[in-house]
Design a protein around this ligand. Structure first.
Ligand code: ATP
Ligand code: MG
Length: 315
């Protein structure tokens, strides 16, 4: 018997309806399409892909902040849409890119960290706040400070303390360090690594920074225009990416290192256009190894040794 995954998305889709221009016709934008993911207890899944590919939409659905149009989300084996908010927030918590947006500037740090406990019922609030501050490496004296008196890194630690104060099993990090300086980024990443080990957290980590994903994730899912195009163990994905998009993504970001054997692919200037979905493979218009059949035949996700890939021609 296999263990129940901590997070399970099955066939999740979300389409936004938009109006182009003031009087234009309404159009559909497929932000996430038929996405299935599983994250085991204690595992970290990296979610990557260029801007607009649906990463934040997917994590908002995991968090229960956005309802999918189709599909199922289960957290620890329970259907998310049937779960009381009170139970959900104790199971799964987010850490977002911009802590400033989440931190009310006129509230002291102590009360910001205490807020989830007050909202969702907690006892021994002072003790729990002190514990959370210590866990994220915030000096106790900052409890009386306001967010404006803190550095960016300290504010992200406050956001993390707020997420952890309810002792969730799952942490969903959406670009948690991209607003920070490189050296501060590294501190927060190391903090996350330590917390994961200490608390046995299950994590989903969204980032544009592939080096960080390689460092943190056990497994990586690559998205393109709302679809998962490849999934593999981190090691396999970075060592031998199969999908032409993954190959291009890695080639574009990592410094050339012949030892890694990364192919030198360039995607050209065309951008992914969510409004121009045609019949075939979604990546065909930009694919450097496209063949005529790719433009007419949709590509299914195919199981491979360490995961799955959505390209019939990939090795
Ligand atoms: N509330 C919304 N209304 C309409 N369209 C939206 C909304 N939120 C997202 N989108 C669109 O859905 C698609 C996916 O967006 P999403 O924010 O999930 O991408 P992302 O991968 O998180 O991008 P980024 O890396 O820039 O954060 C994009 O085309 C985006 O413009
Ligand atoms: Mg996003």
């Amino acid at each position: 018997m296999t263990a129940v995954p901590m997070i399970r998305l099955a066939g999740v889709s979300k389409t936004y309806r938009l109006r182009r221009g003031l009087f234009g016709p309404s159009q559909e934008l497929r932000a996430v399409h038929d996405l299935s993911l599983e994250v085991a207890r204690g595992e970290t899944l990296g979610l990557v892909g260029e801007s607009g590919c649906g990463k934040s939409t997917a994590v908002s659905i995991m968090l229960g902040l956005l309802a999918p149009d189709a599909g199922r989300v289960e957290i620890a084996g329970q259907a998310l849409d049937a779960m009381a908010e009170r139970d959900r927030v104790r199971l799964i918590q987010p850490v977002f890119q911009n802590p400033n947006a989440a931190l009310n500037p006129v509230k002291r740090i102590r009360s910001l960290i205490a807020q989830p406990l007050k909202l969702h019922g907690g006892s021994e609030i002072d003790r729990e706040v002190a514990r959370a501050m210590e866990m994220v490496g915030l000096p106790a004296r900052l409890a009386q400070a306001y967010p404006g008196e803190l550095s960016g890194g300290q504010r992200q630690r406050v956001a993390l303390a707020r997420a952890l104060v309810l002792k969730p099993a799952v942490l969903i990090c959406d670009e948690p360090t991209s607003a920070l300086d490189v050296s501060v980024q590294a501190q927060i990443i190391n903090l996350l690594l330590g917390l994961r080990r200490e608390l046995g957290l299950t994590m989903v980590f969204v980032s544009h920074n592939l080096a960080v994903v390689e460092h943190l994730a056990d497994r990586v899912a690559v998205m393109y225009l709302g679809e998962k195009v490849e999934e593999a163990t981190t090691d396999a994905l970075f060592r031998a990416p199969r999908h032409p998009y993954t190959q291009a993504l890695l080639a574009a970001t990592l410094p050339p290192d012949p030892g890694r054997g990364l192919p030198e692919l360039r995607l050209g200037k065309a951008a992914a256009d969510p409004f121009a979905l045609r019949g075939g493979c979604l990546f065909a218009p930009r694919c450097p190894v496209v063949e005529p059949i790719c433009r007419s035949q949709p590509q299914d996700l195919r199981r491979v040794a360490e995961g799955a890939v959505r390209c019939q021609r990939a090795g």
